[in-house]
Design a protein around this ligand. Structure first.
Ligand code: SF4
Length: 215
């Protein structure tokens, strides 16, 4: 029996990335190994969560019957049971993604899942946490996300994208930190860069407000 610690299960629209706006079953696991300055899911990151059997959670996701399933957190890969949960979710055959903060090696993670991977910018307070081996694990179907808290974060991001030609390899998401960078500014900076960057506003916050949970 595999037990995982769950913060919340809910169905909503995908808020970010290339699948934004699509119905999704979210599995938010508890606990995180980082402490970002702008964390908007601290209630999950700092909690113990509720112990649940992985197969029950996978059954909940299957019964939700959404086009996509997202395993998120906190940091979902921080939990040993996440591997088994992903195996069960991917066994269902639908679109399954795992959202991770980039600090944990992706090599052992189920290859059937799509990886949505943060690279923590200096403004996050967790800069330098990216696990270097993960550059090699990224595939075209994955997505890489930079949450920018300032113009300095954006310029730092551009340097990494250029040096690694990330925008030619996979979708690169620019997510303005809520309340710190406006969509207008982020749009202008992306246009200025002339890179293949995708502005990724947090759609769920635009629809339901920044403080609502379970959306
Ligand atoms: S990695 Fe994500 S969940 Fe963890 S502290 Fe940072 S923003 Fe919060």
């Amino acid at each position: 029996m595999t037990v995982i610690r769950v913060s919340e299960l809910f169905v909503s629209l995908q808020g970010e990335g290339t699948r934004a706006g699509i119905p999704c079953a979210f599995i938010r696991l508890a606990g995180c190994n980082l402490a970002c300055a702008y964390c908007d899911s601290a209630y999950a990151a700092k909690s113990e969560g509720e112990p649940r059997e992985a197969r029950d959670v996978a059954r909940w996701a299957r019964d939700a019957a959404t086009p996509t399933v997202m395993l998120t957190g906190g940091e979902p890969l921080h939990q040993p049971g996440a591997a088994e949960l992903l195996r069960l979710l991917c066994g269902g055959g639908g679109d399954v993604a795992v959202e991770t903060n980039g600090s944990i090696p992706l090599a052992p993670v189920d290859r059937r899942a799509r990886y949505i991977v943060d690279v923590k910018t200096p403004g996050s307070g967790a800069g330098g946490s990216f696990h270097e081996s993960n550059w090699e694990s990224l595939r075209p179907q994955d997505e890489i996300k930079f949450v920018i808290t300032s113009r300095a974060d954006f310029d730092w991001t551009v340097e990494i994208v250029r040096s690694r030609e990330l925008d030619r390899r996979l979708p690169v998401l620019i997510s303005p930190a809520w309340g710190l960078v406006t969509l207008t500014d982020a749009a202008a900076w992306i246009l200025e860069s002339r890179l293949w960057l995708r502005l990724s506003p947090q759609l769920h916050k635009l629809i339901w407000g920044p403080d609502r949970r379970g959306v």
